[in-house]
Write a protein that binds this ligand. Structure first.
Ligand code: PMP
Length: 375
């Protein structure tokens, strides 16, 4: 029978208690949300939703074509200009997702004969970029600039190091300045995924590369998503103009993909302008994360010290992590649950995301529910 093998896989998943299911979210859900990536609480901000609505009314429900044909509107150009300016880069290129932006940056900057040095904790989209690229990938120990330096030193030819700025599983930060130095010593490029840094780290949320003083350097390229702190959807690559021009001409996920929907571009632009006007939102997300960590630790839970807005809480096993998240949900709290095969190290955890708009009472309630439901 066609696809017979998938039934065996399904059976194994069922036996391990690791079946994934989709749960459509109601618009007026009573759940307290510590699972979404809406770090600044902007996804439903009236200025952001109005930005989306206005863009859709002006430009339509879709962008109508690929970016090089009809899919580039004045709105896309405006978003690219403002995003680059805000984060401290010469230029930016918007994609239909952060995933597509990562595939583009890695594949277009790692030609045949090149070396890609990829952090062991990188996000799946960077890993997939490495798999698709013509260059050869070497996985380096997690957050270890010396491992990157050693790998680069052993290679002759074009090279690029690739790393998340804030790792999505444990929320720890990469040593960006040291990574940039290691790359510079060997004439290599550095590609950083700032999906969890933009809007949270750096002056007013300008991102982790800005905070580390590497934004705008001619050998640093940064990818971001518009779907987390900016409360919209889509992604972007930021970097020197010559790199962006190269992507326009060479990145397949740019050339062969329909341009970002106007509503998403309009929402992201409105969120970016709001963040410029209210820079305190960024610092607040970090404060909430640190408060969550302090309270969880005081309650005897094993939580990783957050460097941005992601707080990771260790669970004893994959099955118990899944049950723990379900018990939280039954008690009115929505949390993320990371377990194999989504985590490369095999360690299961609850993943909490701090939001700038969480109140003290909500933080307290979240910690109480997590403590009371612990396995
Ligand atoms: N990079 C990282 C580190 C992420 O966490 C994510 C989203 N889960 C992405 C890239 C992909 O971004 P998008 O959701 O916009 O495709």
């Amino acid at each position: 029978m066609a696809f017979g093998w998938i039934d065996e896989q399904a059976e194994l998943r069922r036996r391990a208690g690791l079946v994934r299911t989709l749960r459509p979210r109601a618009a007026d859900t009573p759940l307290l949300d510590l699972a979404s990536n809406d770090y600044l609480g902007l996804a439903r901000h009236p200025e952001v939703t109005e930005g989306a609505a206005r863009a859709a009314r002006t430009w339509g429900g879709g962008s109508t074509g690929s970016r090089l044909v009809t899919g580039t509107t004045e709105l896309h150009a405006e978003l690219e200009r403002e995003l680059a300016g805000f984060c401290g880069f010469e230029a930016a290129l918007v994609f239909s997702s952060g995933y597509a932006a990562n595939l583009a940056a890695v594949t277009a900057l790692a030609p045949h004969g090149s070396l890609i040095v990829s952090d062991a904790g990188n996000h799946a989209s960077l890993i997939d970029g490495c798999r698709l690229a013509r260059g050869t990938t070497q996985v380096a120990a997690h957050a270890d600039p010396d491992a990157v330096r050693k790998a680069l030193g052993a290679h002759d030819g074009p090279a690029v190091a690739v790393s998340d700025t804030v790792f999505s599983v444990d929320g720890d930060a990469a040593p960006l300045a040291a990574l940039a130095e290691a790359c510079r010593e060997h004439g290599a490029g550095l590609v950083l995924d700032d999906a969890h840094g933009l809007g949270v780290l750096g002056d007013g949320g300008r991102g982790a590369p800005h905070a580390a003083g590497v934004a705008g350097a001619d050998d640093v390229v940064v990818t971001v998503t518009l779907s987390k702190s900016l409360g919209s959807q889509g992604g972007a690559v930021l970097g020197p103009s010559r790199v962006i021009e190269h992507l326009v001409n060479a990145a397949r996920t740019f050339i062969f993909d329909t341009g970002l929907a106007p509503a998403a571009a309009g929402a992201a632009l409105a969120a970016l302008r709001l963040l410029r006007r209210e820079p305190g939102r960024a610092a607040r997300a970090g404060e909430v994360a640190r408060e969550l960590h302090t309270r969880l630790t005081a309650a005897g839970l094993e939580a990783v010290r957050p460097d941005a807005a992601v707080v990771s809480v260790r669970a004893p096993s994959p099955e118990r992590a899944v049950r723990w998240a379900a018990d939280c949900r039954a008690a009115g709290l929505s949390v993320g649950c990371f377990r194999p095969p989504s985590v490369p190290d095999g360690i299961s955890r609850l993943r909490l995301t701090a939001r700038a708009d969480l109140s003290g009472a909500e933080i307290e309630r979240a910690v109480r529910v997590i403590g009371e439901t612990r396995p």
